[in-house]
Design a protein around this ligand. Structure first.
Ligand code: NI
Ligand code: MN
Length: 231
């Protein structure tokens, strides 16, 4: 079994978990200026979708993809209701602290400090991160949009993660220096930075971030949009 990540820019990732396709926070072309031109709501594969929170740069293409593919959308209760009101049929509602065993592995929603208002002004509940514990024993933590939070230590104390996908953009989320601490808190073996260079307020140098992680003995993989990475 293998877990393959595809980066679509900003916070949008595809996961191929031994053939099961999972799209995380779909924000694709043409809305996402970093997404590869051909990566749109009409083209991406999805058996499952994970939405961390309700902001437009995370849910822009969610309804279109869910309607087209019939994928099961994993989200908090409030976002799930918003999707169902728009005709999305397969919704798996969860909430922070809760985990569930899906066919591909276990997903647990984690605390994120951020907002979650949906694009139409609806209440998107509380924002979350997500832990994926895949059937092959590998695990990924998606921080979602969040500040550095001391609660991240709980993830490290529970055994840490192989890969932590962390926002580094600053302004809306933690910046690079806090993300280094977050990587230490969750005991990440490897970090993949996200949520940077999409918009003017979140310009960052990911290679400088990688050097800061290296100083702490943590590996970093800087993915360009369109890149694939196999865990
Ligand atoms: Ni956000
Ligand atoms: Mn965001």
């Amino acid at each position: 079994m293998s877990i393959k990540l595809t980066y679509y820019g900003h916070s949008t990732f595809g996961i191929d978990a031994d053939g099961t396709k999972i799209i995380v926070d779909p924000f694709l072309a043409p809305n996402n200026p970093l997404a590869p031109a051909g990566a749109t709501a009409e083209t991406v594969d999805a058996d499952y979708m994970l939405l961390t929170h309700g902001h437009g740069d995370h849910v822009a293409d969610a309804v279109a993809i869910a309607r087209r593919t019939g994928c099961t959308v994993i989200s908090n209760f409030e976002i799930g209701n918003w999707l169902m009101a728009q005709g999305v049929e397969n919704v798996h509602q969860m909430h922070i602290g809760g985990g569930y065993n899906f066919p591909f592995g276990r997903v647990k929603l984690t605390i994120a400090h951020h907002g979650s208002q949906l694009p139409d002004g609806s209440d998107g509940g509380n924002p979350a991160g997500a832990l994926f514990y895949f059937n092959d024993g590998s695990d990924i933590y998606f921080g979602g949009d969040t500040a550095l939070t001391y609660d991240m230590r709980l993830i490290g104390e529970a055994g840490g993660v192989d890969v932590a996908v962390l926002p580094i953009g600053d302004n809306f989320t933690m910046g690079p220096d806090d993300a280094v601490v977050a990587a230490q808190f969750v005991k990440a073996k490897r970090v993949i930075p996200c949520h940077f260079n999409t918009f003017p307020p979140i310009q960052q140098d990911p290679d400088d971030f990688a050097r800061k992680l290296a100083d702490e003995g943590i590996e970093c993989t800087v993915m360009a949009s369109g890149d694939e990475y196999e865990i």
